[in-house]
Write a protein that binds this ligand. Structure first.
Ligand code: ICE
Length: 531
């Protein structure tokens, strides 16, 4: 078990109210308890150094931004664009005859006079220039904080521009201050996709057709998944939104199954798809060979075709044989180590298996902005946990019964499959963790430093905001957001890339040249059970 003193000491420095607050966001996994609870998706205590982002980051930066053939105009000061330019590493390449604007950054560069006299004129001009210079499929407008504060009507500008230029112009009111984190921005994006984008184009699809939801092609992940799916014979109708194209997403309602990779950012669309079009969704995980194999088997089982099941097994065998030797080699270099995983709202779950497969035990898993269902499983989702944006679901004209009737499989089979695989289900991060390990919501910089010092993991899977803090303490840090400059890490080949990078990071002699602070200071004692 974790030494209880460690968590008590950790909380000790907070003033009374803050201590009480933080206590509810920190827990130790204990499977002897029937159900463990954690507080999440609440406001960060002012003054605490959090890693969280804003609604604009979640909307434009995460969900909308990766659509490659759209021009994404940010209406706001230049900093909001500059900071986000290329840093997430969501990759894209143009489809045949299509366009790709991913490497550009479009901003209205608001200045003082625009704040005083209004910025709509500038926005109109930006749209005009974008259309004349680039001739995009469509345009998105994302609002940053000042836009909401001064009251620019981006929806009216979008409507007018759509009429004038004859292409879709979607306005997202994702001002940074909305909600408690970037999570609100995901929801704003999801809602608009469903109400204004999906279902606008018809397309013939194959029987084994899927949408991949919540996969953003960081470091090329989606391309490794495409490779495997194509080898088996699946048709990917759309990927939302990694390397995504506007036209494909318009026809996404034609697919026969939705695969949900990142539950946090896109569960809303998955639900709405099921409700509106009767397309069931399956929780998947493409990270780590074990999770990948399970995902592929579940998909084949869903479509229930002997040939497909057989082909799936052939591809699995082929792929596993190819990675066995290099993975074993890297495993030898990693074995017996421990890791911290601290990411946004999904990846501390996605990376559990892969770390374990290379012999590294996650001893702490934390999220920035996950909701309680990401920790505890979907069934909890109490109404009070939902933010105002969460309740703002666009009207769906189809009743649930009607949609069920249109399900691609019979109701009986749907119910049966639900028992056999995570169809419309997700168990949450707590279920992934071993007993005695720590789980934290909205981990902050102070807590990060204390825990790194006390538990000294070999690798800290985190992001740019704390990577160098950790490394100056002598702990190797791998950015699980952007993959630093590497990737893909998904699928079979990606697992080998990951194992290579982690083993190199842990074993580099660089660490011999750094004196970790605890070598000179007294240690905070801590013991880890089973690690
Ligand atoms: Fe989902 Mo960084 Fe992606 Fe997740 Fe989301 Fe963000 Fe990416 Fe991180 C993301 S969509 S940008 S898997 S907002 S790495 S929740 S924080 S863990």
């Amino acid at each position: 078990m974790i030494d209880k003193n460690l968590l008590d000491n950790l909380l000790d420095v907070y003033p009374g109210k803050s201590m009480k607050n933080r206590k509810e966001h920190i827990m130790i996994k204990d499977s002897s308890q029937e159900k463990q609870h954690i507080k999440a998706n609440t406001r960060t205590i002012p003054g605490i150094m959090t890693n969280r982002g804003c609604a604009y980051a979640g909307c434009k930066g995460v969900v909308v931004g990766p659509i490659k053939d759209m021009i994404h105009i940010v209406h706001g000061p230049i900093g909001c664009s500059y900071y986000a330019w290329g840093t997430r590493r969501n990759k894209a390449r143009a489809d045949k005859g299509g366009k790709n604007f991913i490497n550009y950054s479009f901003s209205t560069d608001m200045q003082d006079p625009d704040i005083v006299f209004g910025g709509e004129k500038k926005l109109k001009q930006a749209i005009k220039e974008a259309v004349e210079t680039f001739d995009p499929e469509a345009i998105s407008i994302s609002a940053t904080c000042p836009v909401g504060l001064i009251g620019d009507d981006i929806n009216a500008v979008a409507k007018e521009a759509q009429k004038e230029y004859g292409i879709p112009v979607l306005a997202f009111s994702c001002e940074g201050y909305k909600g408690v984190s970037q999570s609100a921005g995901h929801h704003i994006a999801n809602n608009k996709f469903m109400s204004e984008l999906i279902g606008n184009r018809e397309r013939e699809v194959k029987k084994y057709s899927v949408n991949i939801l919540g996969e953003y092609n960081i470091g090329g992940d989606a391309w490794e998944i495409d490779r495997i799916f194509e080898k088996i014979g699946y048709e990917i109708v759309s990927t939302m939104t990694g390397d995504g194209s506007f036209k494909d997403i318009q026809a996404a309602h034609e697919a026969n199954l939705n695969l949900v990779m990142c539950h946090r950012s896109i569960n809303y669309i998955a639900e709405m798809f099921e409700e509106k079009y009767g397309i069931p969704w399956l929780k998947v995980n493409f990270i780590g060979p074990k999770a990948m194999v399970k995902t592929l088997r579940n998909m084949a089982k869903y479509f229930d075709d002997e040939e497909l099941i057989q082909r799936t097994e052939e591809v699995i065998a082929e792929e596993l044989a190819e990675i066995e030797e290099p993975l074993a080699r890297y495993r030898k270099l990693c074995e017996g180590n421990t890791a911290f995983l601290f990411v946004g709202g999904s990846r501390a779950h996605h990376y559990q298996n892969l770390f374990k497969e290379i012999g590294i035990e996650p001893v702490l898993a934390a999220y920035e902005f996950a909701h309680r269902d990401d920790f505890e499983g979907r069934e909890i989702i109490p109404e009070i946990e939902k933010t105002a944006d969460d309740r703002n679901i666009p009207d769906l004209e189809v009743s649930k019964d009607e949609a069920r009737y249109r399900l691609r499989l019979s109701k009986e089979r749907y119910e049966r499959l639900k028992e056999e695989m995570p169809l419309a289900e997700y168990e949450g991060l707590i279920a992934d963790m071993e007993d005695g390990k720590i789980i934290i919501d909205d981990l902050n910089h102070y807590e990060t430093e204390v825990l790194l010092k006390a538990l000294k993991p070999a690798v800290f899977g985190s992001g740019i905001k704390d990577k160098y803090v950790a490394q100056k303490m002598g702990v190797f840090s791998k950015q699980l957001h952007s993959y630093d400059y590497s990737g893909p890490y998904a699928g079979f080949k990606g697992a080998v890339n990951f194992a290579r990078d982690i083993s190199a990071g842990i074993n580099t002699p660089t660490w011999n040249y750094i004196t970790a602070p605890w070598k000179n200071e007294p240690e905070i004692e801590a013991e880890l059970g089973g690690a």
